[in-house]
Design a protein around this ligand. Structure first.
Ligand SMILES: [Zn+2]
Length: 197
């Protein structure tokens, strides 16, 4: 259902509607101090589903599939909008489609962690190993305001955790710093699985 009320600020609307739906956004960079401020800000929930939100999602899709900013996921703060919407490439599905998630939350996560290399469209030239939950359960909304939950495992769960972190102002490089101070127990010698001690 499309509602008339509008949640976006005038500034946000200017950014979202500056170009047509097929034009990608500029991706904010941690190397720019103004951009970094937005990337470190907690994003607020989407409380109204409207055409501006649809336009934002379409332009985010153009951004994450564009040759210059290609990735497996993107979060709204990365294009300058501190609102809770992400796009994730469903690498676990046939044809690996990009899907959008409104107000996504992790409602459960496994203690077993998986280690893997990550990069970020907003952090130039950094690819580092991060430990994240192997399995998560998320809750999110669709454009009809219906609430869904889904349990995810493996690389797609990594993408969700990375993008949902963006909504909370957390970058994967922040995680690396905190994990540096934690101790982990190896859960398997064959695959990269760990427990936090
Ligand atoms: Zn990122």
């Amino acid at each position: 259902m499309i509602k008339d009320d509008n949640q976006f600020t005038t500034e946000e609307l200017e950014l979202i509607n500056a170009f047509d739906a097929d034009v990608p956004f500029r991706v904010l960079q941690t190397t720019n101090s103004e951009d970094l401020k937005i990337l470190k800000t907690q994003s607020t929930e989407i409380n109204s589903i409207n055409l501006d939100l649809a336009h934002l999602i379409q332009r985010m899709h153009e951004t994450v599939t564009n040759e210059n900013s290609k990735g497996v996921g993107i979060a709204a703060p990365q294009v300058g909008i501190n609102r809770q919407v992400i796009l994730v490439q469903r690498v676990d599905k046939e044809d690996r489609p990009f899907e959008f998630y409104i107000n996504p939350k992790i409602i459960w996560q496994s203690e077993i962690l998986r280690e893997g290399d990550e990069g970020c469209l907003s952090i130039p030239d950094v690819y580092k190993s991060v430990k994240r939950s192997l399995v998560i359960t998320i809750e999110f909304q669709n454009l009809e305001n219906e609430i869904f939950s889904e349990t995810l495992e493996g690389f797609v769960a990594v993408i969700f955790q990375h993008e949902i972190d963006h909504l909370n102002g957390i970058l994967f490089t922040d995680l690396i710093e905190s994990q540096f101070q934690s101790q982990f127990i190896e859960a398997s010698t064959k695959v990269n699985l760990y427990y936090e001690n």
